[in-house]
Design a protein around this ligand. Structure first.
Ligand SMILES: [Zn+2]
Length: 69
């Protein structure tokens, strides 16, 4: 299936979970903006999600380095 992030339209995502009852849904996380969504939400969620540009994502996120205190 053609899948993209509902927030940034990115196509780089990771499957991070599956439904307890196998095959019902999958949980995805966008590797660009960290938005998380369930596969069953894709048909109706888009109007409710604020779109973010790549520039905006860069300005509100930062890379986390756990070795730094
Ligand atoms: Zn995204």
């Amino acid at each position: 299936m053609d899948r993209k992030c509902l927030r940034c339209d990115g196509t780089d995502y990771t499957c991070v979970g599956d439904s307890p009852v196998k095959g019902k849904w999958q949980l995805f996380r966008c590797n660009t903006c960290s938005f998380v969504w369930r596969s069953t939400e894709e048909s109706y969620l888009e109007p409710y999600v604020t779109k973010l540009s790549q520039e905006r994502i860069r300005s509100i996120t930062w890379s986390y380095d756990p070795t730094l205190k």
